[in-house]
Unconditional design. Structure first.
Length: 246
């Protein structure tokens, strides 16, 4: 299977990668829906992650939102793994057009990827709700800039992460650019995602290219349509295929 993957990657000219939480688990960031994911873990508030990461919860219980968000979603210590590095290498080589990701951790950019469509936003981007001034993650995490854990702008306004919370719409620009790239791709690599989160997961249906590859530990809705399905860890698979050292 690895040799077949290498051949496909070598021949690809307009490849696109569509990924999810499974891409970052090898960097130590927990996913959401697996047996060890955030949705299975208990939290001290007795609320579901979907509820605590919703727009309604953010606006109605902001202090608790940030306490949960900073403890469970932010992973400043995380570093790109072999999957992130392999994708950056493919882009640098001119074969990968873009990365479409459901992740908000920014690890693709840290690995060197430049064209990244962050469907669900990024923890690295934050903005004041009052004056719209932008802030980075470091400012938000510095308790000196917070009032009872809630980051405050210099104007006094509340700073909100530019991540898509439950109940919010995806960014239209990212939707259009993602669909455009997937539609024009000759190879689509789906990795680290069960394709269970919509509407993002539906974007892969726009693919009309030559080869569809699925790299995921569990089954996905695109397995039957795929030319190649690999169940091994994605960092190991892409790392070996592209030649990224451990």
């Amino acid at each position: 299977m690895y040799e077949e993957l290498k051949k496909i990657l070598s021949a690809g000219k307009r490849m696109v990668f569509f990924g999810g939480a499974g891409v970052s688990t090898e960097s130590g960031i927990p996913d959401f829906r697996s047996e060890t994911g955030l949705y299975k873990a208990r939290n001290e508030y007795g609320e579901s992650p979907e509820r605590m990461l919703s727009a309604d919860f953010f606006y109605s219980r902001t202090e608790i939102f940030f306490d949960y968000y900073k403890k469970n979603i932010i992973a400043e210590w995380a570093k790109p793994n072999r999957a992130h590095k392999a994708l950056a290498a493919l882009e640098a080589d001119g074969r990968l057009r873009s990365v479409v990701t459901q992740n908000i951790d920014g690890l693709h950019q840290k690995a060197g990827s430049r064209r990244v469509h962050e469907l669900h936003g990024s923890v690295s981007r934050n903005r004041c709700l009052k004056c719209r001034r932008p802030y980075g993650l470091e400012y938000v995490m510095d308790e000196a800039n917070c009032e009872r854990g809630v980051p405050r702008c210099e104007c006094g306004g509340t700073i909100k992460p530019e991540v898509v919370l439950y109940g919010e719409m995806l960014d239209e620009d990212y939707i259009n650019s993602s669909i455009e790239d997937i539609s024009a791709a000759d190879v689509l690599i789906i990795g680290g995602t069960s394709l269970a989160v919509y509407p993002a997961a539906g974007f892969v249906r726009y693919f009309r290219g030559d080869k569809l590859i699925v790299i995921n530990k569990g089954e996905t809705g695109m397995d039957r349509a795929a030319d190649l399905v690999i169940r091994d860890p994605i960092g190991e698979v892409l790392g070996e295929a592209v030649g990224i050292e451990k």
